[in-house]
Design a protein around this ligand. Structure first.
Ligand code: KIV
Length: 278
């Protein structure tokens, strides 16, 4: 596939023309190579790697070093795909100067195309500072996993009139602060539709219905590699976990019963050279 990286202006043009786009998370080189060869336009090195790759219960323990390590591998594997990288919890909540210095580090050390930050109205000054510093920002509102406990857990956001109004205000504030796109997580479809119509920048939905400009899914959810918890919005396109379990079982059985490795997977030599060793 002859793929060319779409710039953030390109995603704006896609929204303007009513063309949908897709984003998927990736955290390593082999997955990034597969995405790079696919029609998926964007990769997110999400801090969801805390759960899906590192085995934590939340995204909170994820560090700058974790994000840099995984993002560098992804960037090596996906030279033709737009790559967004998450700012991890604690890397942008002390002060704007702390946020900018960590943002600069993530951009410089990973080669990311943009950074994603979670938050609404309260985060707007930080988003503005990033954009002024030359760092493209993807916003993230609705269910923000880094502050899920403040939201009462992993729940749909904006379901009543008051919280729907707040979500709209958050979306507008992040757009006005200069973000080029906005992820909406766990938002009722009619509200996500309204936000997508009101905003001029592209919206990217996860659990936000069909009317966002783009969609994002977590790689392990899509291919069936993370079974600890599956949100309602996840469509599992493949059961790779079961296929891998079957392959592991077959491999172990074949070694035990002597079918693997057969001659096909082994190296031969002239037996004369072994005579003096016996
Ligand atoms: O970290 C992540 O994977 C995300 C997506 C769920 C949008 O933020």
């Amino acid at each position: 596939m002859n793929k060319k990286t779409i710039t953030f202006q390109g995603f704006q043009e896609m929204k303007n023309k009513g063309q949908k786009f897709t984003m998927i998370t990736a955290y390593d080189y082999p997955t990034a190579v597969l995405v790079d060869q696919s029609p998926i336009e964007m990769i997110l090195v999400g801090d969801s790697l805390g759960m899906t790759v590192l085995g934590y219960d939340s995204t909170l323990p994820v560090t700058m070093e974790d994000m840099i390590h995984h993002s560098k591998a992804v960037l090596r594997g996906a030279p033709n795909t737009f790559v967004a990288v998450d700012m991890p919890f604690g890397s942008y909540n002390e002060s704007i100067s702390q946020a900018i210095s960590n943002g600069n580090r993530l951009m410089k050390e990973t080669g990311a195309d943009c950074l994603k930050l979670e938050g609404g109205v309260n985060l707007a000054p930080t988003v503005r500072a990033f954009v002024d510093a030359g760092i493209p920002v993807m916003g993230h509102i609705g269910l923000t996993p880094q502050t899920a406990s403040l939201l009462g857990g992993f729940k749909v956001q904006g379901k009543d009139a008051e919280s729907a109004k707040k979500l709209m205000e958050d979306a507008m504030a992040i757009q006005e602060a200069g973000a080029f796109s906005l992820v909406m997580e766990c938002v009722p479809s009619p509200l996500a539709k309204l936000v997508s119509e009101k905003l001029t920048i592209p919206t990217i939905g996860i659990g936000a219905g069909p009317d966002c400009d783009g969609q994002v899914l977590v790689f392990q959810d899509l291919v069936g590699l993370y079974k600890k918890f599956t949100p309602k919005f996840v469509k599992q396109y493949l059961d790779l976990g079961s296929q891998i379990a079957d392959a592991f079982e077959e491999y172990a059985n074949e070694v035990k019963n002597g079918t693997f490795p057969s001659a096909e997977y082994s190296f031969d030599m002239n037996p004369d050279f072994l005579k003096n060793l016996k």
